[in-house]
Design a binder for this molecule. Structure first.
Ligand SMILES: Nc1ncnc2c1ncn2[C@@H]1O[C@H](COP(=O)(O)OP(=O)(O)OP(=O)(O)O)[C@@H](O)[C@H]1O
Ligand SMILES: [Mg+2]
Length: 423
């Protein structure tokens, strides 16, 4: 065996890197045209048409082609939805038949570039797929392992995503040992590793003694999107309005379903739409709730969530922005200030901060001793998280290169060490 790979199957984006041997560099695979990352999305078109992935899936959805668009399916691992499945093209479909083709397409891409079959993989995983439930967490890893096996891998190992990012960083850091914290804030989870790093350690066959602690929480960009959607967008669709002759609050479930990326497609069944229409027939504010109904009936939930996500991303760079919601109604828009966004995610950020502090305690180090913070994952672009990082680790240098590909690259470093016995 002279080739192996690392796959970072992310909630939002996926990368794959291949490793041959010591004398050849690790290659990040152009996984969609020339792009080194592919959005973790899938589009199931009408029958007899090929399934689409990544940007092509997004484009088919945006062009309103007939079919079912899905994203954030990693979040389903270890949850009850994994067993329940979802309806696609009128048929109940299990999530392994949704994640499976996506993983297989990534494997095929890597093999095309390598020009040979690849049988082994180090796959990334969050520290916790599911919080506070070891059994569900184990199940999630087992489900992902079964999916990788079905995709044709003969041997699969898992590595924590932040450890992989540390390996990638280590290749370029020089021979001085530094105590480092990796912070990986992705779409689905926030993961942390405290580890001793040095370029001279790359040759060590076993790194266990250098890894001081890992911690993670199932909270990431998708949760920030949900909070932003519920606070600044859903009230325009009737969240907080009244219902029925007694003037009760309009039920909140449809708004929460519409704000959770991994659940949106569950709203598009005939039954869900019928029930929603019934509910809305007794709404006391039909101008608002008919907007909700039209989004569900026209299956535009992902259009709304991508506007919400864009709003969040813009607020990393500016203090306020206006989201254009003309696709719902001419002239409709939502003006959002960064302060407002930060207030609605304050609870999530506090949980993330607690997770970092726990990691420091578990590692038995002082925050002042941390010399390097490696930021990876799209969420680390958020000013609020960057400020927290500086506050917790005041003496550390901060490195944030390769935010979107360091995990995949580092997984291939690990695969090379494990499967090829090389570094
Ligand atoms: N400039 C930005 N400001 C805020 N958030 C951003 C920015 N750029 C990207 N994001 C968010 O980062 C998330 C995607 O990050 P990333 O690609 O690292 O996730 P992932 O690796 O797919 O997820 P995970 O590791 O949790 O499975 C999305 O929620 C995206 O909206
Ligand atoms: Mg990630």
């Amino acid at each position: 065996m002279d080739i192996t790979c690392g796959i970072d199957f992310g909630t939002s984006n996926t990368t794959v890197a291949i490793a041959k041997g010591n004398h050849e560099p690790i290659i990040l695979v152009p996984v969609e045209d020339r792009h080194l990352t592919i959005p973790s999305t899938i589009f199931f078109p009408q029958e007899n048409q090929p399934v689409l992935f990544g940007r092509k899936a997004i484009n088919a959805y945006v062009a309103r082609e007939e079919g079912r668009f899905m994203r954030s399916f990693k979040r389903v691992l270890g949850t009850s939805l994994m067993k329940e499945g979802t309806i696609i093209g009128g048929r109940k479909t299990q999530f392994e038949h949704i994640i499976g083709p996506f993983v297989e397409s990534i494997k095929n891409k890597a093999e095309l570039v390598a020009d040979q079959e690849i049988n082994t993989v180090v796959a990334g995983r969050p520290v916790h797929f599911v919080d506070g439930n070891d059994k569900a967490d184990k199940e999630a890893e087992g489900q992902l392992e079964a999916i990788f096996t079905a995709a044709g891998f003969k041997d699969i190992r898992f590595q924590y995503e932040p450890i992989a990012a540390a390996f990638a960083h280590e290749l370029t850091m020089g021979n001085t040992e530094r105590l480092a914290v990796v912070m990986d804030i992705g779409g689905g989870t926030s993961d942390f590793t405290i580890m001793r790093l040095s370029e001279r350690y790359i040759k060590k066959p076993d790194r266990q003694e250098d890894i001081l602690a890992n911690a993670g929480i199932r909270m990431g960009g998708n949760d920030f999107d949900r909070a932003l959607s519920l606070t600044c967008f859903m009230p325009l669709l009737g969240l907080g309005s009244f219902w029925g002759s007694k003037g009760l609050g309009f039920p909140i479930t449809p708004f929460f379903d519409l704000a959770e990326l991994s659940k949106i497609q569950c709203m598009y069944t005939r039954k869900y739409k019928r029930d929603l229409r019934m509910l809305i027939s007794q709404s006391n504010d039909k101008v608002l709730t008919h907007r909700l109904l039209s989004i569900v009936e026209e299956e535009l939930g992902h259009t709304l969530m991508s506007i919400v996500e864009d709003t969040k991303i813009q607020l990393s760079a500016c203090d306020q922005t206006t989201a254009d919601l003309a696709f719902i109604e001419a002239g409709l828009h939502s003006k959002v200030e960064r302060e407002q966004f930060e207030a609605c995610i304050a609870g999530s950020i506090e949980n993330i901060q607690d997770t970092i502090n726990n990691c420091v305690v578990m590692a038995g180090v002082k925050t002042a001793d941390v010399a390097l913070v490696i930021l990876t994952g799209g969420g680390t672009a958020m000013p609020m998280l960057q400020n927290i990082t500086r506050r917790i680790f005041p003496h550390a240098d901060i490195s944030d290169g390769n935010r979107l590909s360091s995990v995949g690259f580092g997984l291939a470093c690990d695969a090379r060490r494990y499967y090829l016995g090389e570094h």
